[in-house]
Design a protein around this ligand. Structure first.
Ligand SMILES: [Cu+2]
Length: 287
């Protein structure tokens, strides 16, 4: 048994800081990442010290049993826990990027969990059987689902690249998406006269403050430069944070003119209601 170590607790704090940073964004994210890395390094240093200690110590003669000792039952090896961990990681990634990547991650995780459940059920039956026979047998070894893993790996890469906007390469003629006309170029002559341009990119607005005249309707033209599957919107909120005006979001790669009705003079907030983070929040001054 290894000695006591504070490293796992430190790493738990590091992971907590990382998640908090993901929520807060901006500099908070970097602080979280730094804490996570530092705590992991602390753990690694300790693990290395343990390892060297083991190496230098006097070695006991190894006792090798043929299989587990009598009375001890070992279940067969299983790929399911590894796939479960992979699927969970993909799910978290999918929650960040959204779109089809999220759908694919959920399908992969469900596939893994169902397979795991099937195995667990079969093992349970063997246990019940052992009550009669007095001898617990393993379920037949499962073949590694190599083909399925390969298919999922290719799909994840393709969908990921697609959502990054890398694949398929965009051609000058456009189209190809099967939605002619609807996929008009986001930039260009689409901005209505007098509209306030706002660009959303990388889960951030390109401006932190806007100014409009009081008692006059106004238009905010939102250009969403994030990949398709990452919608954003513009919502106007009162100083107390309650929603005043809002419209449906615009998907990544598209633009939309958000027409708002007249506001009284004062200071308001414009915010993406889907990602109400600091980077997607700004001040709307009406005077
Ligand atoms: Cu957003």
């Amino acid at each position: 048994m290894p000695g006591g170590s504070p490293a796992p607790i430190l790493v738990a704090f590091g992971a907590g800081a990382l998640f908090l940073g993901l929520v807060v964004g901006g500099i908070g994210l970097w602080i979280g990442v730094t804490l996570m890395v530092v705590t992991l390094l602390v753990w690694m240093r300790e693990a290395l010290r343990d390892y060297e200690h083991l190496e230098s110590g006097q070695r006991l003669p190894a006792v090798i049993h043929e299989g587990p000792p009598p009375g001890v039952h070992m279940p067969g090896p299983s790929i399911r826990p590894l796939l479960g961990a992979l699927g969970t990681a993909m799910l978290f990634g999918g929650l960040v990027v959204g779109g089809w990547f999220l759908v694919l991650a959920i399908v992969f995780l469900v596939y893994t969990l169902i397979g795991w459940l099937v195995d667990a059920t079969a093992e349970y039956r063997k246990t019940v059987e052992a009550d009669r026979t007095g001898h617990l047998e393993n379920i037949p070894p499962r073949l590694l689902p190599v083909r399925t893993i390969q298919v999922f790996a290719v799909l994840f890469v393709l969908v990921g690249l697609n959502q990054l906007g890398v694949f398929p390469p965009t051609t000058a003629t456009g189209g190809g998406s099967g939605a002619p006309g609807a996929s008009a170029a986001p930039s260009g002559g689409g901005i209505p006269a007098g509209a306030l341009p706002v660009v959303a990119k990388g889960f951030a607005f390109d401006t932190k403050s806007l100014e409009v005249a009081a008692a006059k309707p106004f238009v905010i033209y939102l250009e969403n430069q994030d990949p398709p599957g990452t919608p954003h919107d513009v919502e106007i909120r009162s100083p107390t944070g309650s929603k005043l005006q809002g419209q449906p979001p615009v998907d990544g790669g598209a633009s939309k003119a958000y027409e708002f009705t007249a506001l009284e003079a004062g200071t308001y907030t414009f915010i993406c209601s889907i990602h109400p983070i600091d980077a997607m929040t700004g001040t709307l001054t009406v005077k």
